[in-house]
Design a protein around this ligand. Structure first.
Ligand code: DGJ
Length: 304
């Protein structure tokens, strides 16, 4: 059994960054994820050593500035929805936020899953933008990408700056890979439909030695299930079949991110699997995390 990771911040508060990501930026690791306490939606923490976490900001809240992006024609800027009973937290439901840094525009762009408070029927993605990684993000709008349903989601930025938004489509039956526009603010095109009908969630992508890996989970609500991985030498073509990853509950976790950690002493890069150990809808605020290094059995075979 992998022990639950339950970090606290400098104020002694539990770190709430669920369904999130950890990214390196200017000598820090920034942890960004769901924070559903009160009017918070997304929070940001940082650390030098991945152990001591400093709370930085509630980077997206129900009170965040909103400015509709002209290229998001179906955008609905309401973050707060009157008369709909909240699921967990106040207002709309924001899940699995992920931030990309755009080298050309100098902006940090957040992609996330957006729902009305009490069900998952809207299946939209949403976008927000900021000048700094841990500042107050401006909310730009929510929409169905090229008209598709979009639930669990992640992003991936390739070495050449091309960025992708990956999400569960068609009632979670299919996994879509979209290419983002150059400024990362909109969808450019649908590049690939993976594993039609196979019902995957919780996708996360990383790249090692020119090989792309995509981890996903099955769809069992808040309960953990058998994760799987696939690999490819291109983001667009040639994805392998899916192979099981972890045990039948992925060691009581659901994938959310993989963080490359460079160790200067050994010159090696470790790839840290980061999963959520959800407390469920009623125990959501007790949710913890799982962190464990990925083992590479070959260039294309992994396990934890
Ligand atoms: C599984 C998803 O991966 C989570 O992000 C969340 O949407 C839960 N389902 C809700 O049941």
């Amino acid at each position: 059994m992998i022990e639950t990771y339950r970090p606290i911040d400098q104020n002694g508060e539990p770190v709430h960054a669920h369904g999130g990501q950890i990214i390196a930026h200017e000598g820090w690791y920034y942890w960004i994820g769901e924070d559903r306490r009160g009017r918070n939606k997304v929070s940001c923490y940082r650390s030098k050593n991945l152990e001591c976490w400093e709370f930085r900001n509630h980077i997206l809240t129900l009170d965040s500035p909103q400015k509709q992006h002209p290229l998001l024609p179906t955008a609905d800027l309401r973050l707060e929805v009157e008369g709909r009973k909240a699921g967990i937290g106040e207002g709309c439901n924001i899940e699995r936020p992920k931030v990309l840094y755009n080298r050309k525009t100098g902006k940090f762009v957040m992609w996330m899953h957006w729902e009305l408070p009490d069900d998952y029927k809207e299946a939209r993605c949403a976008v927000a933008v900021c000048d700094t990684i841990d500042g107050d993000y401006t909310y730009l709008g929510s929409f169905n990408p090229i008209g598709h349903m979009s639930r669990d989601c992640t992003v991936f930025q390739d070495d050449d700056g091309t960025a992708y938004f990956i999400s569960s489509a068609r009632e979670n039956l299919d996994t879509h890979i979209y290419r983002l526009s150059e400024d990362y603010l909109t969808i450019d095109k649908l590049e690939r439909v993976l594993w039609p009908g196979q019902q995957r969630e919780a996708a996360t992508v990383f790249k090692r030695h020119g090989v792309y890996f995509m981890l996903t989970s099955g769809c069992t609500g808040w309960a953990p299930n058998q994760g799987s991985y696939a690999w490819s030498r291109s983001m667009i073509d040639g994805w392998s079949m899916r192979y099981p990853f972890g045990d039948e509950t992925t060691y009581q976790s659901q994938s959310t991110w993989v963080l490359p950690v460079y160790h200067p002493e050994s010159g090696e890069t470790e790839y840290l699997y980061i999963g959520d150990r959800w407390g469920g809808k009623d125990g959501y605020f007790e949710s913890g995390y799982v962190r464990v290094p990925i083992v590479f059995d070959s260039d294309t075979e992994i396990h934890i």
